[in-house]
Ligand binder design. Sequence first.
Ligand code: LMR
Length: 394
Amino acid sequence: MFESLKPQPADKILMLMQTFRDDPRTDKIDLGVGVYKNAEGLTPVMRAVKAAEHRLWETQTTKTYVGLLGDPAYSDAMIDLVLGDAVPRASVAAAATPGGTGAVRQAFELIRYGNPEARVFVSDPTWPNHLSILNYLKMPVVTYRYFDAETGGVNFAGMMEDIAQARPGDVILLHGCCHNPTGANLNRVEWQAVIDSMLKTGALPMVDLAYQGFGDGLEADAEATRMVAAAMPETLIAASCSKNFGIYRERTGLLMAISADASKTPLARDTLAFLNRQNYSFPPDHGARVVTTILTDPVLRADWASELEETRLSMLNLRQQLADELRQQTGSDRFAFLAQHRGMFSRLGASPEKVEQLRADNGIYMVGDSRMNIAGLNSKTVPILARAIAQAGI
Ligand code: LMR
């Protein structure tokens, strides 16, 4: 049987991660995979995570199964973090998932199960794995215009035109904050217009929220998601703790299915449990328990929030430094958008050939579509990158 398997194209982001590891150059710069790195290039365990793990080690008496939806205390803590008081708790069905990707996958499964006809509208571009999973599940995909390469901002008129084509029950996949891969985001007024469009067409919003706290702050980054959930009859949210808690390998995510009609919640909850059972049975618990410990302890929560805020500010700082340096090196303002973008990523707007040239000549690794992980920089490498961009004539 194995000989009949079809070789699959390698995931571009993960392949780049390996190529970077294999590169013997000591001055190479990794702007590839979306992992936060500090000025020393390290991805340390956050202080509150260490403390919570220590506490768990001391107090946890069993590793027996929890439940198909995970620990309810984890869902409660995360619903509070993501949604605040935007919707009544009784309208939210939630399931712990293996990371944000697990939440995305389960959301797609839920859509396919509930409405096999549904088409999923995704931004052009979007996180490549959205497309890969949708294709794998054989779900119909429609792209909507999103990134304006000229301005480095959002092609909002194009987006509105495209999502207006949704039919009732189609799904509009939105990035709650810190758009991956472009870094370009909607403002509040634009979010409201997107909501109005979905209310008009009868489309179902699915929000991927993988970077809460990396853009404008923990509360500000949740604002759009909360607006959507409060306004729409039904909303799906895939939340990740990988980045904002720095627990990438613990695979900690949450899928929320919100209905304005709370009488639908029990069936949604049972379906999420069923889908978890079909795919992996019980979701991972360790990361979820760490997150719950942090979010429910005022001291740990404050420490976590302040370390996260430092992380966010350091990325903002790097953005500004890079935009300034590029202004100097190129004598133009055409990279000013880098300082306006939010989150880990920015799409530089370089051709795949130029991206390859930067890798070959300068050991600078960015994803082929010229997505850069800003957190891969530090104050020493910013001028190096800016010089290389200017020299390459990008
Ligand atoms: C990324 O976009 O780099 C991250 O979300 C990591 C991944 O799984 O692709």
